[in-house]
Write a protein that binds this ligand. Structure first.
Ligand SMILES: Cc1ncc(COP(=O)(O)O)c(C=O)c1O
Length: 428
């Protein structure tokens, strides 16, 4: 039986523990919501102050060149690339995940239509994050296509000659279930479709290898992901886009088009030509002027991943993530037995990301509010999911223990029934 003392010993021997020092974590808070909004990198306030006071305040317009603002989208992309199995120059940062998904899905549809017009289906998972489904829905309407939604286990059965694009989120936001990316990518390619991955709950959380280790068919076509979750880029941090260089580099430069053809995705923006020629490479997925302040914060988040390389990088982080999520599942199932919680995340660590979800027939929202009042911050996803994110960069084993103790007390005392915990806020 694991004890709190065991957890303290695990922390004492944790080689990744120095990485926690890179973050500001409020006293009295156990933060288990890094899958929704990551914590503040210690370097960020000073960096933003520097950008505001010196680069903006003094450098003014000159800073686009002198402070390298114009390269930020690509520089940050280079920081994300190793986390997702991409090379430098293949990833670009900007806009939101939703907007980037619109760009890549449109580009994928155009590629398929150009080659094989009879393919009319975009396939996704019924429980995919709503924004992905809404974006896909708007595109199928515009293109006279069909959005087919199936359960996770039915995906392979729907890979057929009608399929244009398989669009999936690698780690499901509610269940935490992780798809077998290489296997599904290969199967969709075998069916003649293109593959788009949303890495919102993967980048910085689990090792991702978009290009696969095996045959070329395992390499995905496009991916998007979030800057403000596991990458700790701050609220509303810009997102990222990756496209396989096959599409962006090796083909004719006009081959791949994205619909938001803004000036900074042009091959020569400062020639101010009237007609649009996409830049080579991933740069064409840039639309307009980058949000320099937000990008500066995101860069501080990415710097921590760079520092993490000295401690074993994503593989070591994954090892700790699995240990943390496994421990939480074991402790909650042992101590909260009979309290109505049902594990909603796959028990097999190979099939889950870095979060643990429990379903509860009633009271889920109020239970989470009671936990938050005690300083244990997770979140609630309608209709009945208590969601706990584990971030190996800063979550300690003892946090897992203490979170379990609070959860047990909230359930055993019934304090969650207090009216104050039952008033719904706009953000859950
Ligand atoms: C899978 C997934 N995609 C996209 C988003 C959000 O997209 P955006 O950054 O455009 O709000 C989320 C947010 O939680 C998400 O879970």
């Amino acid at each position: 039986m694991t004890t709190r003392k065991d957890c303290l010993a695990l922390d004492a021997h944790d080689k990744l523990s120095p990485l926690r020092e890179h973050f500001t974590l409020p006293d009295g808070v156990i933060y288990l919501d890094g899958n929704s909004l990551g914590v503040l990198p210690k370097a960020a306030p000073a960096r933003i102050q520097q950008v505001v006071q010196h680069e903006w305040g003094v450098g003014l317009i000159r800073s686009w060149n002198t402070a390298g603002w114009i390269d930020l989208a690509r520089r940050l992309g280079d920081g994300i690339a190793p986390l997702i199995g991409a090379e430098a120059g293949e990833v670009i940062v900007g806009d939101s995940t939703s907007v980037n998904l619109y760009k890549v899905l449109s580009a994928a549809i155009a590629l398929v239509k150009a080659d094989e017009g009879h393919r009319s289906v975009i396939l996704s998972e019924r429980s995919n994050f709503p924004t992905d489904l809404y974006i896909a829905d708007s595109l199928v309407r515009a293109h006279g296509m069909e959005l087919k939604l199936v359960d996770a286990d039915e995906i392979e059965a729907h890979l057929n000659e009608k399929l244009a694009v398989l669009m999936l989120t690698h780690v499901n936001y509610r269940t935490g279930r992780m798809h077998d990316m290489p296997a599904l990518t290969r199967a969709a390619h075998a069916a003649g479709a293109l593959v788009v991955w949303d890495l919102a709950h993967s980048a910085g959380a689990v090792p991702v290898n978009l290009k696969g280790d095996g045959p070329p068919e395992e390499a995905a076509d496009f991916a998007v992901g979030c800057g403000y979750k596991y990458l700790n880029g701050g609220p509303g941090a810009p997102a990222f886009v990756w496209a396989h260089p096959w599409h962006t580099e090796y083909m004719d430069s006009q081959h791949l088009r994205q619909p938001l053809s803004g000036w900074l995705g042009h091959a020569a923006p400062f020639e101010f030509k009237a007609d649009y020629h996409p830049a080579r490479g991933i740069q064409r997925f840039v639309c307009g002027t980058p949000p320099v302040l937000s990008m500066s914060a995101l860069e501080c988040g990415l710097d921590v991943f760079h520092a993490a390389e000295a401690y074993g990088g994503m593989d070591a982080l994954r090892g700790k993530s699995v240990a943390l999520t496994t421990l939480f599942i074991e402790l909650v199932e042992e101590y909260c037995v009979g309290q109505g919680l049902t594990l909603f995340t796959p028990r097999d660590p190979a099939q889950r990301g870095s979060q643990v979800s429990f379903a509860r027939g009633t009271g889920g929202y109020a239970i989470m509010q009671a936990l938050i009042a005690r300083g244990v911050i997770g979140d609630f996803r309608a209709p009945d999911i208590l969601r706990f994110g584990f971030t190996p960069l800063y979550t300690r084993y003892v946090d897992v223990w203490d979170a379990m103790v609070h959860l047990t007390q909230v359930l055993q005392t019934g304090e969650w029934r207090e009216p104050r915990f039952n008033q719904r806020a706009a953000v859950t």
